[in-house]
Structure formats: C-alpha cells, structure tokens
Design a protein around this ligand. Structure first.
Ligand code: NAD
Ligand code: UDX
Length: 464
C-alpha cells in the first residue's frame, strides 16, 4: 500500500477548495496542493485576508486558515503539483455540453480529458488518480485509456470518490459525512489504492461510514443520489400546485408524509424550483446515458424531474405578472435573494436568474438584493442566457447593497433565496415605503404570512 504524503487536487472550485482544505486540516502530515488554471481564483485563495477566499461557506475561512501555508497550498503550477503527488484528485467542472453530440444533455468531459493527458505527460512514477468530479458511469475506463496510452510508462490506478457535500453546509458535510464512497478495481493493486484513500479519510471518519465498491457503482451512485434528491423536490413542488387548487397546504402535507419513516422529513420543502450546479446537469446526464443504452422509459422517467422544475419556475413568474393585473411593464419588482440557496455565493442555475429573465421579457424593472452575491455575477448570469443585449440587462436590473433600498417604491417583492435575515426584517417599514397594493411572493415559504397580511401586504406563498 502506498502511504500518501503528497496530494494534488486539480480544480480549486466549490468542491476542490473545501474538500482539500478539510483533508489538509485533518491530516497535518499530508501536503495538499490545490492547483487551477484560473490565476485569479488561486490568488483569491492565497489572499492575505482569509475572508477574501473566493468561496463563501460557513466555517471555511477558519479551516483554510488552520492549514494554509502549513500543509495546504494553492498554486497555478499544475505540472509541479502533479509531479510531486502520489495521489491526484481531479475536481474540475463537468458542465452540460453546449455543442455537438449530446448538446444540452451530456456532460462535457473535455476538462477531465485535459487533466488525464496532463497527468500522463508529467508523471514519472506511479500515481493514484481519483475522480472527485461527478462523471458519467464508465468514465474511469476512458481516463485509464488515456493515461495508459499517452504516459511515459508510469502505472495508474483510478479510483472514483464522488463528493456528496451540499453548498452552504460544505464544511459540516465534509467533517461529518453520512458516508464516503470509494470505488476501485477488484484486483490487488486496485484494493491497495482503495486502502490508501480509506486511510486518508479514516483520520476523522469512522471506518463503517467509508463505503467501498467497484468503480462503476461508485460513479453511478453519485448521479443516482442527485437524481433521487432532485426528484423529491420536484415531487413536493408538483404537489404544491395541486395544493394551491384544492385548499391543501403543502407544508402540512410535507409534514404529514415526512413523519412516515419510510419517506423521511428531509428535502420536502416546496420552493420556486431547485437550482445549483448539480441537480439539473446530473439528471440530464443520466437521461443522456439511459438514452444511449436505448433505455427510453428510464430516460423519460428522470427527465420529468427537470421538466417539473422548469414548470415550477415558469409558473412562479407567470403568477407575478397575472397577480399584478397582467402587466409588470415599468413596475419595480424587488428580488430578495439571487443565490440558488442560502449560505452560499453560488448562483449557478439559480431560479432567480430564470424568474428575472421572464420578468425582463415583460419589461419589469428588477431590483436585486443578495447578502453574498456580487453585482458582476448577477449581470454575468443574465448575459449567459443570451436573451437580450448586455446593456438591456443592465438597464432592466439594478443591484442594491441595502435590502430596504431595493424594496423602496417597489410594486412587489419576490423572495427567491431562503436567507435567514429576510425573516427578521422590519416588514412594516418595508410596507410603508412600497407602492400599494404591496405584494409579496414568497418563493421559499419562509415569511410569516399572517403577520405580513396584518400589515397590509397581499401575500402569496408556494403551495397554499
Ligand atoms: P467549479 O467550476 O467551481 O471548479 C472547477 C475548477 O476547475 C475551476 O476553477 C476551473 O478553472 C478548474 N479547471 C478546469 N479545468 C482545469 C484544468 N485542466 N487544469 C486546472 N484547473 C482546471 O466546479 P465545482 O462546483 O467545484 O464542481 C467540480 C465537480 O464536482 C463537478 O464535476 C461537479 O459536478 C462536482 N460536484 C459539485 C458539487 C457542488 O456542490 N458544487 C458537489 C458535488 C460534486
Ligand atoms: C446537491 C446535493 O444535495 C449534494 O449532495 C451534491 O453533492 C451536490 O448537489 P447543492 O446543490 O449544493 O447539493 O444543494 P442542495 O441543498 O441539494 O439544494 C439544491 C437545490 O434544491 C437548491 O436550490 C435548494 O434550494 C433546493 N431545495 C432543496 C428545495 O427547493 N427544497 C428542498 O427541500 C431542498
């Protein structure tokens, strides 16, 4: 078995950064170097003020501060880090393809392939290569093929070690995971490689929570976990629409079914729709894989989860327009929240982007406040949709640093992220400075409807 002394992680993003910071924090004898092509991102990770690291996650700055400069390093020198490491994690992005075969569905593996080629060309001795990115089942085969055919004779073991952290709770999830999953080959070398990685995690995770499987099960388990989680959200969101028609209350329904231990109470919060970089991408990837094996019923079954989610976002926007007397043209709509969930500055696939886009089509003036998201990110998110000229997005959307200013003179407020601070606002003060009738559309069911209605708001929430 190889005793790991040097780890390299390619990709200093939402997964690579926190995951490796926690490994370095818990394994002071292991040198962990996180590398990335994005020099700006690496500079931010190295910022003297640890509060300026590029990812906001509760507790992350403290973990980074504990290890940075001791056994945790951030660098753009990818080759040096590969050369020094016995174990290399690949944690690069695997977005949905935007071109060619599989466009809009399949995972784009070009960054993965680039990593494999670079590892092969640099490696002078044997390495364990760990798939940390979420990958289609059987990707390890392609990685192995590239490594074996383009290398300099060094031997490679490929492990799959998918990451289950959720953003906003990444540090807690990493310190205390439900399970760690490691897939590897069944032969002696494969088992030795698995053991090397188990030993890293065993520094802080009880061994019974470290699960080992074959590579394909591990790769597919990650896509399956995300599909099941997203399916729960789409299922409760589907019921939310039925609740609105029938007088049932989706929170009461969720509570009632969640008390059944076979169903469980987590992940049953009705919302404006799930966002984030993973759910949609991974389900579309699963759908694509199923189709590629000719499993059309399997593909259709899972695709419905995404279709339902798109419907939920669309109907939220449509309801705003309808309720505001069928026109929002020239009206100020304040958005509370832009991130895809609370406690993160990540906005990828956030429902807010799509609600904003739909309302911009209706010529609304949108005022955004989010406690952690930068103004530039909001404009970048909108420009990425290519729905209109960048100048038009800038004209239609104004970003505020103060939530009360964002809501001043608004016709309506849409709550799009469940940030805790929204609950504690002085809603009377907000009401006093809004146009009347003052509408609130709570896309997260976090506000006290009774209190807001008493103040005078026309208050609507999901599934009630
Ligand atoms: P990210 O975009 O935040 O980070 C990826 C980083 O990889 C970027 O900084 C990019 O510059 C870098 N990169 C790309 N190609 C490179 C190369 N050849 N050499 C060096 N650096 C390179 O992505 P992320 O959110 O960290 O996700 C990474 C993977 O983890 C994805 O496969 C994703 O599906 C998976 N995942 C994400 C989450 C999550 O919550 N974000 C959770 C579990 C799994
Ligand atoms: C998800 C998985 O949870 C995690 O295990 C995986 O590693 C990456 O993908 P993440 O996307 O970071 O994590 O956040 P998650 O908490 O799963 O939320 C995803 C989206 O679903 C968010 O927009 C969230 O607001 C929404 N959601 C979640 C709901 O609308 N209702 C719920 O009950 C739960």
């Amino acid at each position: 078995m190889t005793k790991i002394k040097n780890i390299c992680c390619i990709g200093a993003g939402y997964v690579g950064g926190p995951t490796m910071a926690v490994i370095a924090h818990k394994c002071p004898d292991v040198k962990v170097t996180i590398v990335d092509l994005n020099a700006e991102r690496i500079a931010a990770w190295n910022d003297e003020d640890v509060n300026n690291i590029p990812i906001y996650e509760p507790g992350l700055a403290e973990v980074v501060a504990s290890a940075r400069g001791r056994n945790l390093f951030f660098s753009t020198d990818v080759e040096k880090a590969i050369d020094e490491a016995e174990m290399i994690f690949i944690s690069v992005n695997t977005p949905t393809k935007t071109y060619g075969v599989g466009k809009g569905m399949a995972a784009d593996l070009k960054y993965i392939e680039l990593c494999a080629r670079q590892i092969a060309s640099v490696a002078k001795n044997d390495k364990i290569v760990v798939e940390k990115s979420t990958l289609p089942v059987r990707t390890a085969e392609a990685i192995k093929n590239i490594l074996d055919n383009t290398g300099n004779g060094a031997k490679f073991q490929i492990l799959s070690n998918p990451e289950f952290l959720a953003e906003g709770t990444a540090v807690e999830d990493l310190l205390n995971p439900d399970r760690v999953l490691i897939g590897g080959d069944n032969d002696e070398d494969g088992q030795k490689a698995i053991k090397s990685l188990v030993d890293i995690y065993a520094n802080w995770i009880p061994e019974e929570r470290i699960l080992t499987t074959n590579v394909w099960s591990s790769e597919l388990s990650k896509l399956t976990a995300n599909a099941f989680l997203a399916q729960r959200v789409s299922s409760i969101n589907a019921m939310s629409e039925l609740c609105e028609k029938t007088g049932a209350d989706v929170n009461e329904v969720a509570r009632a079914i969640g008390m059944d231990s076979r169903i469980g109470s987590k992940f049953l919060k009705a919302s404006v729709g799930f966002g984030g970089s993973c759910f949609q991408k991974d389900i579309l990837n699963l759908v694509y894989i199923a189709k590629s094996y000719g499993l059309n019923e399997v593909a259709d079954y899972w695709e419905q989860v995404v279709i339902m989610n798109d419907h939920q976002k669309k109907r939220f926007a449509t309801n705003i327009v309808r309720t505001l007397y069928n026109t929002v043209s020239g009206k100020k709509i304040a958005f509370l929240g832009w991130a895809f969930k609370k406690d993160t500055n990540d906005t990828r696939e956030s429902a807010a982007i799509y609600i904003a886009d739909a309302l911009l089509y209706e010529q609304a003036n949108i005022a955004v406040y989010d406690p952690k998201v930068e103004k530039e990110t909001i404009y970048k998110d909108l420009d990425y949709l290519e729905s209109r000229e960048s100048a038009q997005n800038k004209k239609g959307v104004v970003v505020f640093e103060n939530s009360y200013e964002a809501c001043k003179d608004a016709h309506a407020i849409a709550v799009l992220t469940e940030w805790d601070e929204f609950r504690t606002y002085d809603w009377q003060k907000i009401y006093d400075h809004m146009k009347k009738p003052a509408f609130v559309f709570d896309g997260r069911n976090i506000l006290d409807g009774e209190k807001l209605r008493k103040i005078g708001f026309v208050f609507q929430e999901i599934g009630k």
